[in-house]
Design a protein around this ligand. Structure first.
Ligand code: C2O
Ligand code: CU
Ligand code: CU
Length: 498
């Protein structure tokens, strides 16, 4: 199984020189013509206590003059950013104006199963769903997206996703940037494929089913190759990997560091300095970046390379992003930042402490479970024993709406050991936040030291979770691979908490 382990350090070292050169020649001359990044419309529920999102089909011009068929919430592609305050109850109204059933899941909300929006809660065409969301968890960047049985991948790809900010009103006290769209930016990262005429397309072939569907062009908040104006100060970036399958290794072209302040489910106790940030599908990270020097910078992504040979080599690495330098370890530009003197510079220092609450200790686990995220599940002998190409499952079984895979005692802490076969798989668990105990036999990497709801399992991950929210058999919680083509192909299970 050692062929699954990636060696990001080696990749990082070898690509440094290449992309330093490339960024000065190939991309900078274009940066002036990059479209301005815009923030999704903000719905602030901290006063209203309610919000409405309506899913509908539309057309979006990613390239001007070339409309693509897309779907979105309240707009033609993606949806509004919904701000909710912890300690409040928010009534969501989800209206489905599509021609097919649609389930909408609140990825990262730790709420009971009957409001979670999993595949058992599909809204009929023309229908409305009004879940009451009791927000009772720390501040975090979470998101919502389509979760319809068997069709999550094409629906999310078409645009059915949006961001939700859980706030607690303490960011000023902490010294964190919180001016939405000025020094507090929401960045939904999505790779997409376009045909020769410039229309966005989703046509997965056999390889895309195995590796997940990768695009070669980057959208940020639905904009193709944009640039962002930022104040000459410390800026907070809320990064959401909203891609179907692509794993990013985010790095600035000038190697300026990022201060990681939050992972999926909330703030770290103090900032962690990183030069490179890995983000797998479904994961979020908040970072602080210092633009006070006024120097522009390009946020780029190095390729995440599968190492080793054998079966892995047969399936290959995913297609590169455009602009990536030659070879397997190139970095591709994603978002240009242009500091502007006329924007208000509020936060000029990185706070030393973010969350002085002592890290919540979890009780020792009451029991443990083992999950194997399997590709090519088959009869006796597993993948080598003639399993069907393209079939996927967990512990050898493809997802079934009719089968409850795990029964968990409410309030208990459990240790889950999760293994990936063939490729790395990002595991997401509904209804909880968890801590990583170990990763590939080592202590967790820096990106995984905080509270998480999604984790990239390269080889083996051990995690601890406390299951506090109930879920009955008619609306169970899901756990699944967040490579959406794998999820739709059956790499998902469901559990009740009672
Ligand atoms: Cu983000 Cu079950 O999904
Ligand atoms: Cu979820
Ligand atoms: Cu997977």
């Amino acid at each position: 199984r050692n062929f699954i382990l990636g060696s990001t350090a080696a990749i990082a070292a070898s690509s440094g020189l290449l992309f330093a050169m490339r960024s000065s020649i190939a991309w900078w001359p274009n940066s002036g013509s990059r479209p301005r990044l815009s923030m999704p419309k903000l719905i602030d529920t901290t006063t209203a206590g309610a919000f409405t999102i309506t899913a509908r089909a539309g057309q979006t011009e990613f390239l001007s003059g070339v409309p693509s068929a897309t779907q979105g919430f309240n707009q033609t592609y993606l949806g509004p950013v919904v701000k909710v305050r912890t300690g409040t109850t928010v009534t969501a109204t989800v209206i489905n104006e599509l021609n097919d059933s649609l389930a909408v899941h609140w990825h990262g909300l730790v709420i009971p199963g009957d409001r979670d929006g999993g595949p058992h809660q599909a809204i009929k065409p023309g229908g409305t769903w009004k879940p009451r969301l009791d927000i009772d968890q720390p501040a975090a960047t979470v998101w919502y997206h389509a979760h319809t049985h068997d069709t999550t991948a094409p629906l999310v790809y078409s645009g059915l996703a949006g961001v939700m900010l859980i706030v607690d009103g303490k960011d000023n006290e902490r010294g964190l940037p919180s001016d939405y769209g000025i020094d507090d930016l929401v960045l939904v990262l999505q790779d997409r494929r376009f045909d020769a005429s410039g229309r966005m397309v989703y046509r997965p072939g056999m390889m895309d089913r195995m590796a997940g569907f990768h695009g070669d062009r980057m959208l940020v908040n639905g904009a193709l190759d944009p640039s962002a104006a930022v104040p000459r100060s410390v800026v907070r970036l809320r990064l959401i990997n909203g891609s179907n399958a692509r794993i990013y290794n985010l790095v600035f072209d000038d190697r300026r560091t990022m201060q990681l302040i939050a992972t999926d489910s909330g703030l770290l106790p103090r900032p962690v300095e990183l030069e490179r940030l890995r983000l797998a599908p479904g994961e979020r990270a908040e970072v602080l970046v210092d633009f006070s020097s006024g120097k522009p910078a390009m946020l780029s992504s190095e390729e995440y390379v599968l190492s080793g040979g054998g079966m892995m080599a047969m399936m290959g690495n995913p297609p590169s992003l455009s602009g990536a330098s030659a070879g397997n370890n190139g970095a591709a530009p994603i978002l240009a930042f242009e500091p502007a003197a006329d924007l208000p510079a509020k936060v000029t220092t990185i706070p030393a402490v973010l969350d002085d609450n002592p890290v919540q200790q979890l009780a020792p686990p009451a029991r443990s479970r083992f999950l194997s995220m399997d590709m090519m599940v088959g009869g006796p002998g597993g993948m080598m024993g003639g399993g069907m190409m393209g079939q996927m499952g967990i512990n050898g079984q493809p997802f079934s709406m009719e089968r409850i895979d795990q029964r968990i005692a409410r309030g208990s802490v459990e240790m889950w050991t999760v293994r990936s076969t063939m490729r790395p798989h990002p595991l997401h668990i509904h209804g909880v936040r968890f801590r990583i105990v170990s990763e590939n036999g080592q202590p967790p990497r820096m990106e995984n030291v905080g509270w998480k709801d999604t984790v990239l399992v390269e080889d083996e991950v051990e995690l601890l979770a406390e299951f506090t929210r109930p879920a009955a058999a008619d609306t169970p919680f899901m756990y699944h691979c967040h490579i959406l083509e794998h999820e739709d192909a059956g790499m998902m299970g469901q559990f009740v908490v009672a």
